[in-house]
Write a protein that binds this ligand. Structure first.
Ligand code: GLC
Length: 531
């Protein structure tokens, strides 16, 4: 007997939806999204059926990295609104039966944060050791070979005090020193501040970066490095990230959170599956969900996807709850990665696999990466690493075919997609074959079927490009068959298949299925409730 649905936590049954606040809805009319804007669109999110809203950083920031560079962890950036707006947002989200997850960025601050200003003011400032300061190498160069994710050395020379400081990202984002107990205490207090307000959890930015080697050893060269790839790939980051001590920090975060009841801790982690799953930690001491980005990275063919799902499922220990992510503000949009029809199949996967799904705003209406003309580039990554801009996947949400897509009343901070008049919430709500209708239906069906929310995952095989699996919960079963290939494919079952077709991506009439085999057209999928 499996646990009853009610016994699972909200975040195991629920669906998470990421809002990039600059691009969701502009209520103030300045071209950038804001908290009042999010409030205006909560009915949409409730209609769509998502359970939790994760909002990327909304704290005061000079916006060198669009909010991932914070100057005050317990304030609200005026561009987005006020603390009163925040309280209202939280209240409304709860009133509508949803949860709010904040972004926590504990690895680094803005260089304009008062802590860093003090830290760099002199070598004997009490906050000197809040950041990572090192003497130059004997030749006067950086202390070691650690590279910045955004290109070049991770070390920045400070003329005034004659030392280097470390920044895993921009030089405007100095890394905090998590070996210093005062840093830990300060950040845990930040968490308590928001938990006291009632937020339902945190998505912790680059959590696998928090701890660095205490000897600051050079990273070994990457034998597979290809000239022209980002600098961060020149070395195997054996000493600059994913260090053993990180798990103690996370255990500390859990200690802060657990007294508050069912709050959720998510970790942003880009590591291979074997390393990723270590972040579940020992019982009750890791993150609840180490974000699983494998569907973003996998080679998009049935064989690789099938192998990936099985490898991931097979790597989880009892008590580890899976999760899947299709896109976020750092990665090309799913539609641009794999094309429209495959993006539909990806939606089926995301919402029928076992584990908590996380959606990225706009993917549900089939938004694609938008070409950004050079004069409108915003992402600093484009400046330090030309060609790697993340602006294309951060463009304004398309609400309607009105001016500026109903996002704003003025020219938005990033250009709109030129097909927004066809692809937008209002239009797609009415269109049976739209991406939005598919997402809406998938979410509906997931909510109706406990097997899809919490059921076991049973792989039934791969026949050509056709992937078939079952989800089972206390005797109730749902069968999912996805044909990633362009040709029709047939799944031959050993037992009679009998049930009701709940979803067919191609929109073929749904109805009863009674057969020994299922035949699926190219790039189509079905979801069947078994009798
Ligand atoms: C994370 C964020 C990304 C940001 C980086 C530095 O990867 O998702 O947007 O640039 O951390 O904070």
């Amino acid at each position: 007997m499996q646990k009853e649905l009610e016994e699972y936590r909200w975040w195991q049954k629920g669906i998470i939806y990421q809002v990039y606040p600059r691009s969701f809805k502009d209520a103030s009319g300045d071209g950038t999204g804001d908290l009042q804007g999010i409030m205006q669109k909560l009915d949409y999110l409730a209609w769509l059926g998502v359970d939790a809203v994760w909002v990327s950083p909304i704290y005061p920031s000079p916006m060198d990295d669009f909010g991932y560079d914070i100057t005050d962890y317990t304030g609200i950036e005026p561009l987005f609104g006020s603390m009163q707006d925040f309280d209202e947002l939280l209240h409304l989200i709860h009133q509508k039966g949803m949860k709010l997850i904040l972004d926590l960025v504990p690895n680094h601050t803005s260089y304009l944060h008062p802590w860093f200003k003090e830290s760099r003011s002199s070598r004997d400032n009490p906050r000197r050791d809040w950041y990572i300061w090192r003497d130059p190498a004997p030749d006067g160069g950086p202390p070691n070979n650690w590279q910045s994710v955004f290109g070049g050395s991770g070390w920045e020379w400070d003329e005034e005090t004659g030392q280097y400081y470390y920044h895993a990202f921009l030089k405007e984002q100095p890394d905090l020193n998590w070996r210093n107990p005062d840093v830990k205490k300060a950040m845990f207090d930040v968490m308590r501040f928001w938990l006291e307000k009632g937020v339902d959890g945190f998505r912790v930015d680059v959590i696998w970066h928090l701890m660095k080697d205490h000897l600051f050893r050079d990273n070994p060269p990457n034998p597979d490095y290809i000239e022209g790839e980002p600098d961060i790939k020149r070395y195997l980051n054996a000493y600059s990230e994913d260090q053993p001590g990180v798990h103690d920090i996370i255990a500390g975060m859990r200690k802060v959170m657990d007294p508050y009841g069912e709050r959720l801790l998510i970790g942003e982690i880009y590591l291979p599956i074997g390393r990723l799953v270590t972040y579940y930690g020992k019982e009750g001491a890791g993150v609840h969900l180490p974000f699983n980005f494998q569907l973003i990275q996998v080679a998009w063919d049935a064989e690789s996807i099938y192998a990936l799902v099985n490898e991931y499922e097979g790597s989880l220990l009892p008590g580890n709850w899976p999760n899947w992510v299709l896109g976020n503000h750092d990665k090309d949009r799913v539609l641009s990665r794999i094309g429209e029809q495959q993006a539909r199949l990806a939606a089926v996967l995301l919402l029928t696999l076992r584990g908590t799904p996380t959606m990225y705003y706009g993917d549900e209406i089939g938004m694609h990466d938008v070409h950004i003309p050079p004069e409108r580039i915003q992402d600093p990554k484009e400046l330090t690493m030309p060609g790697y801009s993340r602006d294309p996947q951060r463009t304004p949400m398309q609400w309607s075919n009105a001016a500026y897509a109903g996002f704003s009343e003025t020219e938005p901070w990033l250009p709109l997609a030129d097909d927004y008049q066809a692809r937008n919430v209002e239009t797609e709500k009415e269109a049976a074959g739209s991406m939005l209708s598919l997402y809406k239906r998938l979410i509906e069906v997931r909510k109706q079927e406990p097997a899809l929310q919490v059921g076991d995952f049973i792989p039934l095989g791969l026949q050509g490009q056709l992937m078939v699996f079952k989800r089972i919960h206390n005797g109730a079963g749902v069968l999912v068959a996805i044909n990633f290939g362009k040709e029709k494919a047939v799944y031959q079952s050993e037992t009679k298949l009998q049930g009701e077709i709940l979803i067919s991506v191609s929109g073929k009439p749904e109805g009863r299925l009674v057969a020994d085999s299922i035949s699926i057209e190219g790039e189509d999928a079905v979801v069947v409730r078994l009798d």
